[in-house]
Design a protein around this ligand. Structure first.
Ligand SMILES: Cc1cc2nc3c(=O)[nH]c(=O)nc-3n(C[C@H](O)[C@H](O)[C@H](O)COP(=O)(O)OP(=O)(O)OC[C@H]3O[C@@H](n4cnc5c(N)ncnc54)[C@H](O)[C@@H]3O)c2cc1C
Length: 303
């Protein structure tokens, strides 16, 4: 039998063994918020968290490289797609478990939904994440932040799969949180997080949430196809303000355009390709460097 056919049979079987939905040749554009990207050979949509460890061990044992997809809101996938198997966590139904001020939540859970559920229980501290469209796992991995709050402030522990070590726990002090990053290894997979919040009145929290949602609507191109902020903020300055100051809002390359609302967002305006978005990113970097001698660094993850 041909190697590719053998591999296909193996992946299908592994997917079935670990109760995943298996998609062959999925178009990753359909799984990213910017709506861009080529295919993966397979996508395994995990349906129960307890299968994760076995699945990851099995794929490693068969020498099948994999990537983890949260909700695809920080990703630009190249037009050629990826060669690795993509494991999606978006179908994990697990509800968060609240106990006193703490909540334990599976990594595929939408972070904004968690904010609302915490608010309903009178738990405060994670309101800053309202409107962040990603998963808890993605938010922890990238230390998502907004409106002065960040994941580092609320995460007390994560459970993760670490190749060679299996499922382990890491305390906040061992996660190495930094600006838009953590020190977690490239192949480590976050399975769940424990978040510690503070009691407050649901009414007060709701008021804060509504206020932050209003700010977000005013400042960000919500409802458009984007991948969040493209660049990290250089120390002490906002990348969006630099882009704005140079008059680059509205700058376009093919179907990709710099948002007129927020200079750090690129919108897939009409059927943009990854190539066009990446060319626009390069163009912005070039112009900012030429005018201000500031080197912008991508925050968005490129696959
Ligand atoms: C309109 C809009 C507004 C946004 N606003 C904000 C904002 O205010 N603040 C902010 O910080 N971000 C913002 N973002 C970006 C994005 O939503 C966050 O970075 C989010 O945390 C990404 O989560 P995700 O599940 O979509 O990750 P994905 O895009 O799916 O993945 C991103 C990276 O994390 C890895 N990853 C995902 N899950 C896991 C896991 N369980 N274990 C290990 N690795 C994992 C992936 O492999 C990939 O490398 C915004 C995005 C959009 C589109």
């Amino acid at each position: 039998m041909k190697r590719s056919l053998l591999k296909q049979k193996t992946v299908m079987q592994i997917g079935r063994d670990y109760h995943c939905e298996v998609l062959s040749q999925p178009l990753l554009a359909d799984y990213t918020s910017i709506g861009i990207g080529g295919k993966a050979p397979f996508m395994l949509l995990l349906k129960e968290m307890k299968s994760m460890e076995g699945l990851l061990n099995q794929l490693a044992g068969e020498n099948l490289p994999r990537r983890i997809l949260g909700r695809g809101t920080k990703l630009i996938v190249r037009d050629e797609g990826v060669k690795d198997i993509v494991i999606s966590l978006s179908k994990l139904p697990t509800a968060p478990r609240f106990s006193g001020n703490r909540v334990s939540v599976a990594s595929g859970y939408p972070i904004s939904r968690l904010v609302r559920e915490a608010a309903a229980k009178g738990l405060s501290g994670i309101e800053f994440a309202i409107g962040i469209p990603g998963s808890v796992g993605g938010a922890v991995r990238l230390n998502a932040s907004s409106f002065g709050g960040c994941m580092e402030e609320v995460v007390s522990e994560v459970t993760l799969f670490s190749p060679g070590k299996g499922v382990i726990k890491r305390k906040k002090s061992e996660i190495g949180f930094a600006y838009r990053s953590t020190s977690l290894g490239k192949d480590e997979v976050i399975l769940s997080a424990t978040i510690t919040l503070k009691p407050s009145s649901s009414w007060k929290i709701q008021k804060e949430i509504s206020y932050l949602q209003k700010l977000r609507r005013e400042r960000q191109p919500i409802g458009q196809k984007t991948a969040g902020c493209i660049f990290k903020n250089p120390p002490g300055i906002s990348a969006g303000h630099l882009i704005d100051a140079l008059g680059l809002k509205g700058l376009a390359f093919g179907g990709a355009v710099v948002s007129k609302k927020h200079g750090n967002f690129i919108i897939n305006r009409h059927s943009s390709t990854a190539k066009e978005v990446l060319a626009l990113i390069e163009l912005i970097k070039e112009k900012v460097y030429k005018a201000l001698r500031v080197e912008l660094e991508e925050e968005v993850i490129i696959w």
